[in-house]
Design a protein around this ligand. Sequence first.
Ligand code: ZN
Length: 427
Amino acid sequence: MHDHFILTNGIVTDGFSFLIENCRIEIADGKIANIGDASDFKSKDIKIIDLKGRLVLPGLLNPHHHLYSALATGLVPIGPTDNFTQILENLWWQLDKTLDEESIYYSAVSGLMQSVRYGVTTLFDHHASMSRVTGSLQLIEKAFRKIGVKGVLCYEISDRMGKNFLQSQINENINFYIKNMEDPQIQGLLGLHANFTLSEASMATIAEQKPEELPIHIHCGEDKADFDYCVEQGYNGPVHRLFEYGLLSENSILAHCIHLSETDYQLLQKFEPIIISNPESNANNNVGLMNIEKIENYLLGTDGMTGNILGTLRSHYLQRNGNLPNAMKILFENPAQLTGRYFSNSGTIREGNAADFAITNYIPVMPINLDNLLYHLLFGVQGKEMFMTIADGKILFSDNTLHTIDETEINKEIKKVVNKLHERFYE
Ligand SMILES: [Zn+2]
């Protein structure tokens, strides 16, 4: 049963093609039934929500996240974290070894709860759980369905568990992808951890078994170690290695793209894959900055750091000293296109499309238009929690309350699971 209601008196924008003040949106059957002027609105016998001049955005996309990290807050790394490899070994790889069935599920629930508070209605998750590969994506899928967010899921294949576990990781991705091919809410991708955790033999096996139309989602050139490994194997960089194995296409999702060669940049220009920059994570891991002069067209992800995309925009802006020439394309236009590739009639605010909205708690009083929208987002919205988040016409979050779950009860469960998980982490 879908809700039928009207949002009125909002400032509505898709971030790149229109901005309407004093706007009214009718939502019915999960879709945007009608967009018009609030002043010529004649009352119908349906629920009306007065937004009191708040800024309304399309539901936000997080194209690169790791929900398995959601319960890591408070963990102290078990060894030094002086470089990227040590951070992986002493924190993330120790964590993903200890995840079990219940902690995979509750990590996803917890990460999604946070994401919804920040207006995210579509999320690409890159999952790892070394001791529970088979069926792990289905546990995460269950969390997406419970919270009500659209998801594109994959399992990050690596050699970390040894040769015998390669096949189960490939199967987990491909089986999940096939099972969800026609699903309107959940889709699958082929997850690879990174070049430097995949041997030549493993890459060959993956390339051989990959269904042609199934895109990859990988960490690419995140740290210099990834680049150096590819050069040692005889390639001109991480993108070049993917290309040589036939894994590069316009649908490939490459996270980071920091340490690349000229050959790599040329291949990016030629194939135009989807590139996700994760500025907060890159700063946290001290791995450098993506070259935004060479890579102008990208999206912003959070890479397990947070569920807050608009906060990530603010970090990105400050890190680049206010020099973000393509900010609106990065934040709205590119996400709209990517969301639309996976979910038909989704990603843009248009009559007949899925009703996905991030309604900020910000009431602009200064003049607002498409040319100055960035500054309203940075200094008005400020990356704070939303007033309301709507996905497929359903109000998931409003009045500081999540509506698809009982947060108090879920938090009791999460607390029990976290205590056990953190104990295992230090064993
Ligand atoms: Zn990542």
